[in-house]
Design a protein. Structure first.
Length: 312
């Protein structure tokens, strides 16, 4: 990981351990985007991951995970019924299946990536992406177990619980293995091509993509300063980071929720792997779903009509 100059020459390289601690740090560094491209707060020594702050020196978040509570910390967000049967009175009985990923994460509300950031990815400070895969695998296992239980009762008059459990567990591990392998291949592909991987899944509808700087409208205000653009600001606003000569170093656009959805950089180049070219200037576009959660992004050229002069 590194930075390049306007001429395309690499001027800075970064090397981190698995938890985001920078190795062989030398002197002050004005670049605010460090480990995994996240914003690094120099004063606190922590990374801003939107939901909370992460301290790489201890490999833990500094606030509790806001996702887990008494209603989902054992059985997860979507409890699954198992072992359903009718008692002698004809009443349907069942129990809920504990979800191991929910128990693991809720048991340590400050943990980062389940304590293993090499295998688990926690982009927002709320939930590891592999949890979604494991929950899906659990659903597959439960369906397979249900089919086996139904078949055994249909042909023998009673449920063969041993085969039902073995079938469910076997299909869980098969689905989890395939899902995790596919996700690791996907991450490797994104790293090779320079793309930002999708890190959030919208369960409540279609994702809506916020467009780049060409699409902004109803601007409520334009502010400027010498600090790097923040991740959030006033809705439908623009912030310009200025050089000492008054030219624009970076220009940030914020959507109707105040989320940063586009950042234009004028003073350094960015190498884009899909086109094998260094772009200067360039812009980073960030996409969000209906709940305002980040779901990916891309890098491209700055549209015509924009330059490093301040917006009047």
């Amino acid at each position: 990981m590194g930075l390049v100059s306007a001429a395309g020459t690499q001027t800075k390289t970064y090397d981190y351990d698995a938890f985001g601690n920078e190795k062989d740090r030398v002197g002050a560094d004005p670049n605010p985007f460090r480990y995994c491209g996240e914003y690094f707060d120099v004063e606190s020594g922590s990374y801003y991951l939107r939901a909370r702050y992460y301290d790489p020196s201890v490999g833990r978040f500094t606030q509790e995970d806001t996702h887990w509570n008494a209603s989902n910390m054992i059985y997860g967000d979507e409890p699954q019924q198992i072992g359903e049967y009718e008692d002698p009175l004809g009443t349907s009985r069942y129990v809920y299946a504990p979800q191991i990923t929910a128990v693991m994460q809720a048991g340590n509300l400050y943990g980062y990536g389940l304590g293993n950031p090499i295998r688990h990815f926690d982009p927002s400070g709320e939930i590891a992406i592999t949890t979604i895969i494991l929950i899906g695998s659990a659903v597959v296992g439960l369906i397979a177990a249900g089919v086996e239980a139904h078949q055994s009762k249909k042909y023998t008059g009673k449920i063969d619980w041993e085969n039902t459990i073995v079938t469910g567990v076997s299909w869980f591990f098969i689905a989890a293995s395939l899902g995790l392998t596919a996700y690791e291949v996907y991450l490797s592909y994104c790293a090779y091509t320079g793309q930002t991987p999708v890190t959030e899944v919208n369960f409540n509808g279609n994702d809506t993509v916020t467009h780049n700087s060409e699409a902004i409208g109803n601007i409520t205000g334009v502010t400027s300063g010498i600090s790097a653009p923040p991740k959030s600001a006033a809705p439908n606003s623009i912030y310009e980071q200025l050089n000492t000569d008054g030219t624009v170093k970076s220009r940030a656009f914020y959507d109707s929720n105040g989320n940063l959805f586009c950042r234009q950089d004028f003073d350094h180049a960015h190498f884009v792997k899909p086109i094998q070219e260094s772009l200067q200037p360039h812009e980073h576009n960030y996409y969000y779903n209906d709940q305002g959660q980040p779901i990916g992004g891309k890098v491209g050229p700055v549209p015509s009509g924009y330059d490093n002069k301040m917006i009047n």
